[in-house]
Ligand binder design. Structure first.
Ligand SMILES: Nc1ncnc2c1ncn2[C@@H]1O[C@H](COP(=O)(O)OP(=O)(O)OP(=O)(O)O)[C@@H](O)[C@H]1O
Ligand SMILES: [Mg+2]
Length: 307
C-alpha cells in the first residue's frame, strides 16, 4: 500500500529524436502541494499532459490514486481538475454562462458548484461582462474556476499564475493554499518562478532537460542549503593572515576588498571576531547568510540557474 496520489515510474516521452521527459519518477502525496519547478522547455507541460491522458507516454507508467492510469481513464480523470491549456470559452457569453455549459457537460446539477467556484477565484456570479471583455487575469481566474468546479480531489495546474499581476498572484496563492489546507486537495503545480514555488509548495520536484534532478520536501531542501559566515573588515589581508596563521582556517573566500566568507560551522563567529579585533582590525559586520533556493538550483543544475 502506498499513499501517493500521483506516482510515475520511469516516465518517458520522446518526440522523434528528442526526449522531452526522461525516466521521470514522481511521487505526489495526498493533501500536499507539490511544485514542479523547471525552466522553459524543461518538460513540465509534457509531464502534466501525460498525467491527464492527453498524450501517451513513450515508456514508463503512471499510477493515479493507487491505480494505473492506463485502462482506468474513465474512473480516474473525473477525480482531477486541471488547468493546462486555455479552455475553449465562448467569447460572447459571460463567465457564469460559460461555466454553466461546462457544468452541464460534466453532469453537475444546480448552480451551487458554479457559485462556489466563482467565489473561490473572486469573480462575480451572474455578472453581465462577456468573456471577450475579460482581462487576462480574469480569464485565468475563470479557467481556474472551471478546474475546481466539480470539486476534484486532485488539481493539476500548469503555471496558473501566468499573466497575473502581483495582487492576482497573491490571491491565487491564497486560494491554492486554502484548497489544500482547508479542503484537503492534492495539488500539483508547475512554475518556472522559484520564489513562487518556495512560498507555496510542501514538496518540490526540480526538472531540467526532462530529468527530475531532485524531489524532496521544502523543509529538507532548506536544511540542505548551504550557510556561510560573512565578515566585513577593515583590512582583508590582515584578516586572512589571522584566519590562516592564528586560527588554522584556510577554507575562506575573499569577496571584495573588505569582505570575506567562510562556511558555517568551521569556527565560532565570536571567536573569529575577537581575534580580528585583538589584532587591531575593525569588524563592521558579521552575519550568517543562507543560500537561497535560486543559488541551490544553480548549484545542482551546474550554474545555469532558473527564472
Ligand atoms: N507536441 C510536441 N512535439 C514536439 N516537441 C514537443 C511537443 N511538445 C513539447 N515538445 C518539446 O518538449 C520539450 C518540453 O516541452 P514542455 O512544453 O513540456 O516544457 P515546459 O517545461 O512546459 O516549458 P515552458 O516553461 O516553456 O512551458 C520542449 O523542447 C518542447 O519543444
Ligand atoms: Mg509549459
Amino acid at each position: 500500500m502506498n499513499h501517493y496520489v500521483i506516482e510515475t515510474h520511469n516516465l518517458t516521452k520522446k518526440y522523434g529524436e528528442q526526449t522531452s521527459v526522461s525516466n521521470l519518477s514522481l511521487h505526489v502525496q495526498k493533501g500536499r502541494i507539490y511544485g514542479l519547478l523547471g525552466r522553459n522547455g524543461a518538460g513540465k507541460t509534457t509531464t502534466m499532459r501525460m498525467l491527464l491522458g492527453l498524450t501517451k507516454p513513450s515508456s514508463g507508467n503512471i499510477r493515479l490514486f493507487g491505480a494505473p492510469l492506463s485502462g482506468n481513464e474513465k474512473n480516474v480523470l473525473p477525480r482531477i481538475g486541471s488547468l493546462i491549456e486555455a479552455p475553449g470559452f465562448y467569447p460572447n457569453l459571460t463567465g457564469t454562462e460559460n461555466l454553466m455549459i461546462f457544468a452541464k457537460l460534466r453532469g453537475l446539477s444546480g448552480n451551487d458548484p458554479i457559485r462556489r467556484a466563482l467565489s473561490l477565484v473572486n469573480l462575480p456570479y451572474r455578472d453581465k461582462k462577456l468573456f471577450s471583455q475579460y482581462s487576462l487575469g480574469m480569464k485565468q481566474r475563470l479557467a481556474i474556476a472551471l478546474a475546481v468546479m466539480h470539486d476534484p480531489e486532485l488539481l493539476i495546474l500548469d503555471e496558473p499564475i501566468n499573466g497575473l499581476d502581483p495582487i492576482g498572484i497573491a490571491e491565487v496563492r491564497s486560494f491554492i493554499r486554502e484548497l489544500s489546507a482547508v479542503r484537503g486537495k492534492t495539488i500539483l503545480i508547475s512554475s518556472h518562478i522559484l520564489p513562487e514555488i518556495a512560498l507555496l509548495a510542501d514538496d518540490i520536484g526540480i526538472i531540467d532537460h526532462g530529468v527530475l534532478l531532485e524531489e524532496e520536501s521544502l523543509a529538507d531542501l532548506e536544511k540542505k542549503s548551504e550557510k556561510h559566515l560573512h565578515f566585513t573588515v577593515s583590512d582583508i589581508h590582515a584578516a586572512t593572515a589571522i584566519l590562516e596563521q592564528t586560527l588554522g582556517i584556510h577554507d575562506f573566500e575573499i569577496q571584495s576588498l573588505h569582505e570575506l566568507t567562510l562556511p558555517c560551522g568551521i569556527a565560532e563567529t565570536g571567536r573569529i571576531v575577537r581575534h580580528f579585533v585583538e589584532n587591531g582590525l575593525t569588524v563592521s559586520d558579521a552575519h550568517l547568510c543562507e543560500e537561497t533556493l535560486e543559488d541551490y538550483f544553480k548549484r545542482i543544475t551546474g550554474g545555469e540557474g532558473i527564472a
